[in-house]
Design a protein around this ligand. Structure first.
Ligand code: KG4
Ligand code: ZN
Length: 355
């Protein structure tokens, strides 16, 4: 490897994707956005499908099986060997504790054996840094960061990649989780987001007046559990016995469209509020819900009106992946190296971050 370049192996096992990536970046004190040399992800969706959500124990076991093959594959695709690596990075928070431990253990073992620095990264800072990786020639920071996935719905004010201050988050379900739960109520498949989006195409978004929690509230908070219950009542009626009711295709489409519109309304309104409150002129987005076309359309319409530049990475960088742990190179340049006794943190590291 060229001596003015660093080669980093990045590992991701926070939830249900086992990821490994190789990134190449300038050796400090030189600065610059790293380049993704290779990035591979093994998805566990098939394993969790029949449960309608991620089962933590199954996730941990699958990570154990997949972590070494993924690392081997990432190195192979990058055309490098372990001895070429200058550092190892891993997401240590937030996530499922058993899943996180698998990635961290692999990263520690490699860092120790290769005698290279270990860098612990925050998965959410990684999601937002994915915007910078996707647009290396543009300035993404300072920006408002929005992470909308199956586990997170959070807004941040980011002065830089490592300076993301929480502005607010969900007090109950994450937006993606709401999509998954409502899809399950409607008898649609898992993951629910794409299924709801598909069903919504032929539905009327105004058919049901579902709640938009906190939309007129000055706090930057989200809540989706009331919306989920409202869909349940619309489906089964408040007083009916809870049996399995299969709605007609028309009703499914209307429920899906009305639900999706309610989620999108709230996400767009709260992001607008965050942009107004902070005065920031850029927006970075991460998380699987960014795959939703209606959400993207409404978000960009809103930011265009505000004169805000919006960064939404391609889907492979929006959903969980290891390349986004490339934020480790920023940490490395700042001298933020982890000790080998570093531990995982299942929850959000700083108080105030959304669940
Ligand atoms: O970021 P991600 O791949 O994994 C984590 O949760 O960390 O996000 C997955 C979530 C799921 O809840 C899924 O239903 C949602 O993103 N999702 C969508 C769409 N595609 C995926 N939600 C709405 N519309 C979509 N098209
Ligand atoms: Zn994620």
């Amino acid at each position: 490897m060229n001596s003015d370049r660093l080669l980093l192996l990045a590992i991701e096992t926070t939830c249900d994707e086992t990821g490994a990536a190789v990134l190449e970046g300038p050796r400090p004190p030189a600065e610059g956005v790293p380049r993704i040399v290779s990035s591979v992800v093994s998805s566990q969706v098939g394993l969790h499908q029949r449960f309608g959500g991620v089962v933590p124990e199954i996730a941990s076991r699958a990570h154990v099986r997949q972590i070494l093959p993924m690392i081997d594959e990432a190195l192979k695709r990058a055309g490098v060997s372990l001895d070429d690596l200058d550092a190892v990075a891993v997401a240590t928070c937030p996530g499922l504790v058993g899943a996180l431990v698998v990635g961290l253990t692999a990263a520690k073992a490699l860092a120790f054996a290769l005698d290279v620095p270990l860098v612990a990264v925050d998965h959410l800072e990684g999601h937002l840094y994915a915007c910078q990786l996707a647009y290396p020639d543009r300035q993404v920071y300072p920006c408002v960061g929005l992470v909308v996935s199956g586990g997170h719905t959070s807004l941040y004010a980011c002065q830089g990649p490592l300076e993301c201050e929480p502005l607010g988050g969900t007090i109950d379900d994450a937006a993606g989780e709401a999509f998954d739960k409502v899809a399950s109520l409607l008898g649609l498949g898992y993951p629910g987001g794409p299924e709801i989006e598909r069903a919504a195409r032929s539905g009327n978004p105004k058919a049901y007046a579902f709640p938009r929690s906190f939309i007129h509230d000055s706090r930057l908070a989200f809540s989706f559990s009331g919306l989920k219950t409202a869909v349940l009542y619309a489906l089964r009626g408040q007083n009916e016995e809870r049996g399995d009711i299969q709605p007609s295709p028309e009703m499914t489409a209307d429920l899906a469209a009305s639900f999706q519109e309610a989620v999108v309304d709230v996400l767009v309104a709260k992001t607008r509020q965050a942009l107004k409150q902070t005065g920031l002129k850029r927006l970075g987005v991460g998380g699987g819900v960014a795959a939703n076309a209606r959400f993207r359309e409404r978000l960009v319409e809103m930011t265009d009106k505000m004169g805000v530049e919006t960064f939404i990475p391609p889907m492979s960088l929006c959903t969980d992946n290891a390349a986004m742990a490339g934020v480790a190179l920023v940490k490395l340049a700042a001298g933020q190296v982890a000790d080998l006794d570093v531990d995982v943190t299942a929850g959000l590291v700083r108080p105030g971050r959304g669940a």
